[in-house]
Ligand binder design. Structure first.
Ligand code: PEP
Ligand code: MG
Length: 903
């Protein structure tokens, strides 16, 4: 026969912390606390299986349940020395929900169950407090009529007409009539009169009388809590949090204890360590003569639990000072709980007439700083091992340590103006600027600015660099703005389609709000939220965080996947190395083309009429590129540096505005018409599928030749100087092996010349990106001529899913909301589709060359779920923007530990 009811109390429990599926989080922990000897008011948990049964069987119960509940009540009565329904000294209970995962405030609770016209005198006699007893009764009637008789019965009254609101109005009217300002001024006689009025109103509105039978109240409450699992609030919360509908909630029936019985009673909440700093000190708040809701509601300023928890300016007495004996007992339970659970606990307690009761414990929520500090210190204290510590910190929590953040407390009280895609994490505050030139100029004057654009192009980078953050109305997670901002660790929101940018009027309109250039906004790039005005930021310096260093070293001991960075300059490379990168997985050489003294030659190269002219212009770029590569190779000495040959379509480098075209014509001694005609000729309908990647190097071999020479000469010279330079030349956008054969031949030819003139480069390799679906499918052919593959999952997603990287921001969020894709496939690898292409390429490539080096350099390399995937398919490394390197190190360690647990 199935068991549905689990008793707890007085050092004994039928359940345990391991039974969360059956007893819910709250019930399982109450059982655990009771069995380790903590003073838990006795009671019992009705399992989640009953919830599932109840909702599937037309709100009926398994036939054996009633007998089990009766027996559990008898046990509770015996332990507490009171009887349910006893007119002299009644046992009163609460009925609370408790699912496997915490769903705060989403389901229902009924307190003071068992108070009736017959038992009320008993409570008055026991407490010698008439007002208190009538107040309990009033609260029961309010909750019961709302939760059980209205919501539980499926009645949804018009706005403002709910029974709770109607009863609240009766209360307000009485207070007004009596000339009271606060609830506590109501006398016992007032409350008695009020409960009569409540009952009459309930009968009128709901057509039924408030039940005067304890058992009826109990079963009504149990049913309503189970029914609240399917309530509107709970259902929509489950959708958002991804909690399955079939989990169900448990119901906890527990003896009531009162923190509001007078000055010798109190209630409070505590954390076994500080959840904001991670400090190993008991932290919490309490309120004398109050109920749990009063602490949560925030209407009264709570007292500090101890002197360590005291906020500046709070002079209220601490429990530690006021009642040292009780505090000592509580602090002892704090130690017991933390030792027992080996994690920070969030606990609730009540003191009834100087007797302490523990009401709840659960794993406490914490921010990134606290999570990291606790994980490291608990290992030092011998409480947990390193593997547990690694699993305790979420990758997103590491992000909090690497970027300034919008103060979460304040953010909670503000309504965002708009929402876009979270392209670059962290927070930023600044004045709106609509052009990159103005952004640069104002930043030079010391202003903090946020560059707001429809979308960005490589021509905007100076303004993007100068700005605190970038906000665009179009574009997806791998659009230009997103890639560039992420590379710099800069806050960025893209695809914020509610923005209407009016360049002529210098305005940004969002729904009804009009913002002007110069107005201050705040961005939360981690969530993609835009706020009007300034919200304060909080930040920490990762370099000074000793815990971070220790923690990431532990991750490195565990992980098998390599972590490299995408970096385009010596500074970024150094930053990346500092954050733990084991090489560069992608240098996008085109990012070097935009500096003012170079772009001229780039344009001359593009607009050249014949190969000679082109070669002449290109050769002017050679010294610049050589210098760049030398710097990067040096910054990464001893580690591999993958340098990719030119990739983007050439039209990205030429000016499209007339004034600039005229200027360029002058510079190049050509007519403006000629320039315009050349620019127009470069126009493509689908530039992302057009003349780009290795196709450029095939049409214009001199580009490949120049870039290869710049890389190889820089490396050979360094080697000659005794430095350990390890270049890896990477050919982009290869879909057919013959493309790579073509490019490789040029590179090898240049190498032969460099080898003879300067010397050998012992660690040189030549490989390709796999980013065109055909390339993935024919990876065996390509592997014959490649020393390595690096998956360009941005383009692979673009071409594999057929979603434009630059335009999908307009519809992809809707796809995700509708559940068509679980997540933006540009952000987290689409394992079943694009991931399958990766798998095919891995398998085919390694079949030909078992030791073929495999990496990924698309944006997915810094996404924790994608890192898990790449580990599982057997890649050698991931490469991501420098600020994602710590996140990738953690994710790569966590997947190893997960696999260990699963095996
Ligand atoms: C890619 O396509 O994944 C990639 C890394 O290259 P890019 O983003 O520069 O096209
Ligand atoms: Mg690409």
């Amino acid at each position: 026969m199935s068991k549905y009811v689990y008793f707890f109390g007085a050092g004994k429990a039928e359940g345990s912390a391991e039974m969360k599926e059956l007893l819910g989080g709250k019930g399982a922990n109450l059982a655990e606390m009771a069995s380790i000897g903590l003073p838990v008011p006795a009671g019992f948990t009705i399992s989640t299986e009953v919830c599932t049964y109840f909702n599937a069987h037309d709100r009926t119960y398994p036939s054996t349940l009633a007998a089990e509940v009766d027996a559990a009540i008898k046990r509770t009565e015996k332990l507490m020395g009171r009887t349910f329904g006893d007119p002299k000294d009644p046992l009163l209970v609460s009925g609370r929900s408790g699912a496997r995962a915490s769903m705060p405030g989403m389901m229902e609770t009924v307190l003071n169950i068992g108070l009736t016209t017959k038992t009320l005198p008993g409570l008055i006699a026991r407490t010698n407090n008439e007002r208190f007893a009538w107040d309990c009764y009033r609260r029961l009637i309010t909750m019961y009529s709302d939760v059980v008789m209205e919501k539980g019965a499926g009645i949804s009254p018009p706005e403002g007409q709910g029974i709770r609101q109607q009863l609240d109005r009766l209360l307000e009217n009485l207070k007004k009539k009596q000339g009271y300002e606060f609830d506590y001024q109501l006398t016992a006689a007032d409350l008695q009169q009020l409960t009569d009025a409540y009952k009459t109103r309930i009968k009128e509105v709901l057509g039924e009388a408030f039940p005067d039978d304890p058992m009826e109240q109990l079963w009504g409450s149990i049913g309503a809590v189970f029914a609240s699992w399917d309530g509107k609030r709970a259902v929509s919360y489950r959708r958002i949090e991804g909690i399955p509908d079939d989990w169900g909630t448990a119901v906890n029936v527990q003896t009531m204890v009162y923190g509001n019985m007078g000055e010798n009673s109190a209630t409070g909440v505590g954390f076994t360590r500080n959840p904001a700093t991670g400090d190993d000190a008991f932290f919490g708040e309490w309120l004398p003569n109050a109920q749990g809701e009063d602490v949560v509601a925030g209407t009264r300023t709570p007292n500090p639990l101890n002197e360590a928890s005291r906020n500046e300016g709070n002079t209220l007495p601490s429990l530690e000072k006021l009642t040292p004996q009780l505090y000592k007992e509580l602090a002892g339970y704090r130690d017991t709980l933390e030792e027992h659970y080996t994690d920070m606990q969030d606990l609730e307690f009540t003191i009834e007439e100087k007797k302490l009761y523990m009401l709840q414990t659960r794993t406490g929520k914490r921010n990134g700083i606290a999570a990291l500090r606790m994980a490291v210190e608990m290992v030092h204290d011998g409480l947990i091992d390193k593997a547990t510590a690694i699993q305790r910190v979420k990758p997103s929590q590491l992000d909090e340590l690497l970027h300034p953040m919008v103060d979460p407390e304040l953010e909670r009280t503000h309504q965002p103006l708009a929402k876009g895609l979270p392209a670059g994490p962290g927070g930023a505050v600044g004045k709106i600027v609509l052009t990159p030139d103005r952004a640069e100029a104002q930043a030079k004057d010391g202003e903090k600015v946020i560059l707001v654009r429809t979308e960005t192009s490589p021509e905007d980078v100076h303004g993007m660099h100068a700005a605190e953050a970038i906000l665009t109305s179009r574009g997806g997670m791998t659009s230009h703005a997103a890639l560039v901002a992420r590379g710099w660790g800069k806050c960025c929101i893209v695809g914020c389609s509610a923005l209407e940018i009016d360049m002529d009027r210098g305005e940004v309109r969002v729904d009804g709000t009009v913002l002007h250039e110069g107005d201050v906004i705040t961005l939360n790039g981690t969530k993609g939220l835009v706020y009007q005005g300034e919200l304060p930021l909080i930040s920490t310096d990762p370099a000074k965080n000793v815990n971070l260093k220790t923690f990431l070293e532990w991750c490195d001991e565990v992980r098998t996947l390599g972590v490299r960075a995408n970096a385009d300059s010596p500074e970024d490379a150094e930053q990346a190395r500092h954050l733990g990168a084991e090489g560069i997985g992608l240098t996008r050489t085109e990012h070097m083309f935009f500096e003012p003294e170079r772009i001229k030659f780039v344009r001359q190269m593009i607009l050249a009429d014949n190969p000679e002219q082109r070669r002449e212009a290109i050769m002017k770029l050679l010294p610049f590129q050589k210098d760049d590569f030398r710097g990067i190779l040096l910054a990464m000495e001893g580690l591999p540096v993958t340098i990719r040959l030119l990739d983007p379509p050439l039209h990205e480098f030429v000016p499209h505005e007339e004034a600039q075209q005229v200027g360029l014509a002058k510079e190049m001694e050509r007519s403006p018409e000629e320039i315009r005609a050349r620019v127009e000729a470069l126009h493509e309908f689908n530039p992302m599928l057009g003349h780009r990647g290795c196709r450029l190097g095939i049409s214009y071999p001199e580009i490949t030749e120049m870039q290869a020479r710049a890389i190889l000469e820089a490396a050979a010279e360094l080697v000659k100087e005794g430095k350990d330079a390890r270049p890896e030349i990477m050919v982009p956008l290869v879909g057919h092996f013959k493309e790579l054969v073509h490019q490789r031949k040029i590179i090898e030819q240049v190498y032969e010349e460099v080898r003879q003139s300067i010397g050998e480069i012992p660690h040189l390799t030549i490989g390709t990106m796999i980013e065109v679906p055909r390339g993935a499918i024919t990876a065996d052919e390509i592997a014959e001529v490649a020393d390595f593959f690096s998956f360009g999952t941005n383009d692979l997603t673009q071409m594999g899913c057929g979603f434009s990287r630059d335009d999908s921001g307009s519809f992809l969020p809707h796809y995700v909301e509708s559940g068509i894709y679980p997540e933006d496939p540009f952000q987290s690898i689409d394992a079943t589709g694009i991931g399958e292409l990766v798998k095919i390429a891995v398998e085919k490539g390694r079949r030909v060359k078992p030791k073929l080096k495999l990496g990924v350099c698309g944006e997915h390399g810094g996404d924790p779920d994608s890192v898990h995937f790449f580990h599982k398919v057997g890649l050698d490394y991931v490469s991501c923007s420098p600020f994602r390197v710590p996140v990738a190190r953690l994710a790569a360690a966590q997947v190893v530990l997960e696999e260990g647990e699963a095996s």
